[in-house]
Design a protein around this ligand. Structure first.
Ligand code: SAH
Ligand code: SF4
Length: 356
């Protein structure tokens, strides 16, 4: 199997071809023209086109299936070249708006939820991805290709900026090198131009890796999947909490370089009867004291055989109001795409017979 050219940053590509400046043109063809064949790259000399197509593939995945939700969310199932599958989700955060004369006021706003691994090693008790265990890391190119394929499939103009959340399948910080490379490739000015500040890495809390990511100074946001305020419950939900406990995560967050205008997002999965009470809310306020934080409450999304229950709206709102009245910013995540199992924690690798 040939390597995919998407695995390379522009600098790496320029070091492998002569003359090096052609890397910029190749990037533009791939990421701005959505071209999937070297021979179409008209301004590249024939000899270089031949060498490139002899040595590299472009797309390392293809669309196997897609499902469209009532709210416009689209879930994609991609096949990788070894036959493994991953899912990604295109979320339309805001529809395009026009004034009464039909003039465009603003374009639709999109966020793409990308996967970083096939499966996941962390094994959270509430997450469907965890059920299938861990298969393998995605390469940087396989991460980047998800967004490229979604933009192309939806005819999203190359210059339309979108946001990326690393909240699909897998634990991004467990695949840190490829993640860091993908962040750089996404942000290339001749590529997809998605600045790091538009990218959010969600982690279950590998505290030492939070430090490593911070030391890379990439400029990305982080979201911490906290979900519990005491270590006993958090270890039940996220087994590796025993090695990376709450205190170590909070310390790592305090060290993480964030844009002074921004906040660290703490995701808090609300599970009925487990962590949705007033005492937990109170402890959460104390825990986040002194951190520029924003809490995002997530309804537990049940799946077949899941061990927990979704809380009622009233307890979500009561929890939110408690946090807000105690000075914390707090939002409730609307579960986009829930009718097609595209919401958080509902993505998984598909067995062969489920493919369409
Ligand atoms: N591994 C990373 C990112 C992928 S999971 C992480 O854990 O942060 C993305 C988000 O979905 C996490 O906040 C995760 O806790 C949440 N999630 C997992 N299973 C869920 C479920 N069944 N219902 C709601 N959210 C879930
Ligand atoms: Fe992995 Fe995140 Fe799912 Fe936990 S919640 S098993 S870390 S994908």
């Amino acid at each position: 199997m040939k390597p995919t050219i998407l695995d390379m940053t522009k600098i790496e590509l320029s070091q492998r071809i002569t003359p090096p400046f052609r890397a910029k043109q190749i990037f533009q063809w791939i990421y701005a023209q959505y071209v999937d064949d070297f021979h179409v790259m008209k301004n590249i000399p024939q000899s270089l086109r031949d060498t490139l197509s002899a040595e590299y593939d472009i797309m390392p995945l293809h669309i196997l299936n897609k499902e469209v939700s009532r709210d416009g969310t689209i879930k994609y199932l991609f096949a990788l070249r070894d036959g493994k599958t991953v899912e990604s989700v295109l979320l339309r955060m805001k529809a395009a708006e026009y004034d009464s004369g039909g003039t465009l006021l603003h374009h639709a706003k999109y966020t793409v939820c990308v996967s970083t691994q096939v499966g996941c090693k962390v094994g959270c008790s509430f997450c469907l991805t965890a059920k299938g265990g861990f298969t393998r890391d995605l390469s940087a190119g396989e991460i980047v290709a998800q967004v490229l394929a979604l933009k192309k499939d939806n005819n999203i103009a190359a210059e339309r900026r979108l946001n990326i959340v690393y909240m699909g399948m897998g634990e991004p910080l467990d695949n840190l090198d490829n993640l860091a490379k993908a962040i750089k490739i996404f942000s290339d000015d001749d590529g997809l131009c998605i600045a790091p500040k538009r990218q959010t890495v969600s982690t279950s809390g590998l505290s030492s890796r939070i430090d490593q990511l911070g030391a890379m100074n990439l400029g990305v946001h982080i979201a911490i999947s906290l979900h519990a305020v005491d270590d006993a419950l958090r270890s039940e939900l996220i087994p590796m909490n025993k090695a990376h406990n709450i205190a170590s995560i909070i310390e790592a967050v305090k060290r993480f370089p964030i844009d002074t205008r921004k906040r660290v997002m703490f995701e808090y999965l609300m599970i009925k009867g487990k962590n949705d009470d007033r005492t937990s809310a109170k402890k959460l306020v104390a825990l986040l004291h002194g951190i520029k934080a924003k809490v995002n409450l997530i309804y537990f999304n049940p799946y077949e055989g899941s061990p927990y229950e979704r809380p009622g709206k009233a307890s979500m709102i009561a929890f939110q109001e408690y946090l807000i009245s105690h000075g914390l910013l707090c939002t409730i995540r609307d579960s986009k795409g829930i009718d097609i199992s595209a919401a958080c924690g509902q993505l998984k690798e598909k067995a062969n017979q489920e493919r369409v």
